[in-house]
Design a protein around this ligand. Structure first.
Ligand SMILES: Cc1cc2nc3c(=O)[nH]c(=O)nc-3n(C[C@H](O)[C@H](O)[C@H](O)COP(=O)(O)OP(=O)(O)OC[C@H]3O[C@@H](n4cnc5c(N)ncnc54)[C@H](O)[C@@H]3O)c2cc1C
Length: 494
């Protein structure tokens, strides 16, 4: 291992894997280190008894979002995973106590739910003009206009168009799932930018259908990296990032220093700064800034392995009555009476994820963000299971082969994060747009990637986008080593 590299990437989450692809595509000698025996971080998939289950990340865009863009940028369009998109999905909703089950309808696609919502009683004909205006505003708003909404809570933006509790709750469910914060904290500007892209490219949102699970996304980046000669090592932790005279020198791996003038860390902005480098190498002001960063919620994820095809749902939501109060309680660490739940029938979208005749159903619900060991997750898991098994899907219990729970403690441990946050630094009003945490660290040659430092988009997409944005900045500021020379063209900009 005692070789020199142009670039060392620490971590193989979407941000790290994307960085390795971008770096090796530029002809730079690249080494990616992943401490786990599997790749992908919170977007990894693991197998148990023939069921392929995703740790975290599930739904995102393919071709037209950042994941597809990354592979186009490195001229590996052929590696873009095929997706099962919203257009083909069968929808199941449980809104404020009312089931909207479209799973047995002949047609598919989210549009099948709309007539049912109109007849629900929660949404009146009087709400339609406001909702149409809201949708069209999001669709047409220019970037500079959206930026003016950056520091304004989404609640206020929505309130301009509609007072419907139903609409606020459904949007609240979507934003909680997408940004890790709720309407009164999430930035309206970030919401507009993100959902504008999704509305315009709606039929791109979906789930990979390659037989690998969501892993297909980071794996495709790693395949691109390998195509350009990157060395990718699993079960190999970056132990310490060595800094000398304010500049990165390399990374300690298995007790040995591997030299590199550039280190890109996907291990979390705080984790990298505090643990891999050391606070003492940074100015107090920067550490103070990191101390005040707010993180999005933690997600409890249940994986139901079932002995038969129990439901046809591809995608669904439970939005409880008193959505706002229940969600606030959940994020504040008080077990809510009722939970918001996202349901994804992954094996209905890709049958190779479960053994023949069996089914895999995932359910995700928000909880507080906390240090590992700070919360007893057992009552949360039990409450979620009760709602799913008794209220949403009576009769499912006798078909459960196993139900595996991923709690925020597991997320934190597996990914070496201080907190068990599902997404990363929250996209709240004070942490987006110009205030997004930086990809370029105060130390020369040290860069951060991943959802912590990404902006505009949903979770895994932000992580991939952060790598695209970082390389854009590195190229324009000429901060990368010349191809294979191990010399920095210039490092005087910081
Ligand atoms: C339950 C749940 C549901 C989710 N649902 C969605 C969804 O539907 N859509 C969506 O887009 N996103 C979703 N997300 C969020 C998404 O998974 C993450 O935001 C995204 O994957 C984070 O990517 P990242 O690049 O920040 O890296 P991470 O996933 O955090 O990966 C970091 C990697 O670095 C490695 N690492 C850390 N320290 C070291 C070290 N010292 N040496 C070597 N390696 C190291 C870790 O092992 C890990 O592999 C969900 C997350 C969870 C938990």
């Amino acid at each position: 291992m005692n070789e020199k590299y142009d670039v060392i990437v620490i971590g193989s989450g979407c941000g790290g894997a994307a960085s390795a692809a971008l770096s090796s595509y530029r002809g730079l000698k690249t080494l990616l280190l992943e401490k786990n025996k599997f790749f992908g971080g919170r977007a990894a998939t693991f197998e148990k008894d023939g069921f392929k289950m995703d740790h975290g990340h599930i739904i995102s865009r393919s071709q037209k979002g950042p994941h597809g863009e990354l592979l186009r940028l490195v001229k590996c369009k052929d590696l873009i995973p095929e997706f099962f998109t919203f257009r083909k999905m069968r929808f199941y909703g449980h809104f404020m106590g009312m089931p909207i089950d479209c799973t047995r309808m002949k047609t598919s696609g989210m549009a099948q739910a709309i007539p049912r919502i109109f007849t629900s009683g929660y949404f009146s004909i009087m709400d339609i003009p406001g909702v149409l205006q809201l949708g069209s505003q999001i669709f047409i708003m220019k970037e500079e206009e959206a930026r003016k909404w950056d520091q304004i809570p989404l609640e206020e933006f929505l309130g301009k168009y509609t007072g419907s509790e139903f609409v606020h709750s459904v949007v609240g469910g979507l934003t909680a799932a997408s940004f890790g914060v709720i309407n009164d904290e999430v930035s309206a500007g970030e919401f507009i930018r993100t959902f504008q892209a999704i509305l315009r490219e709606g039929n791109n949102v979906g789930y990979p259908a390659t037989g690998e699970g969501v892993d297909a996304i980071p794996n495709s980046f790693l395949r691109a990296a390998a195509r350009y000669g990157a060395k990718v090592e699993a079960k190999t932790a970056g132990e310490r990032i060595v800094v000398e005279d304010g500049r990165v020198k390399g990374v300690y791996v298995k007790g040995e220093l591997i030299e590199s003038p550039v280190v890109i860390s996907n291990a979390g902005i705080k984790e990298t700064t505090y643990e891999l480098v050391g606070k003492e190498y940074f100015e107090k002001k920067f550490i103070g800034y990191l101390e005040n960063l707010k993180y999005g919620y933690g997600g409890i994820s249940l994986k139901y392995a079932l002995d038969k095809q129990f439901t046809n749902l591809s995608f669904g939501f439970k939005i409880p009555k008193n959505f706002k109060r229940n969600m606030r309680n959940a994020l504040d660490g008080k077990l809510p009476e009722e939970s918001s739940i996202m349901l994804v029938g992954t094996s209905n979208m890709d049958p190779r994820l479960a053994p023949p005749g069996k089914q895999l159903l995932l359910a995700i619900s928000p909880g507080p963000v906390a240090e590992p060991g700070g919360i007893d997750w057992d009552p949360w898991v039990q409450s979620l299971r009760r709602q799913i098994e008794q209220e949403l899907f009576p009769g499912i219990s006798k078909h459960i082969i196993f139900c595996e729970a991923t709690t925020p403690d597991i997320v934190a441990k597996q990914n070496s994060r201080f907190l068990g946050d599902a997404i990363g630094v929250a996209q709240s009003i004070d942490q987006v747009g110009e205030n997004t945490p930086p990809c370029i660290s105060p130390i020369k040659g040290l860069y951060y990637v991943g959802a912590d430092v990404g902006s505009k988009g949903i979770a895994s997409e932000m992580a991939t986008q952060s790598a695209i944005d970082l390389f854009g900045q590195l190229d324009s500021r000429r901060l990368l080593p010349a191809k294979g020379s191990l010399e920095l063209i210039t490092a005087s900009l910081l």
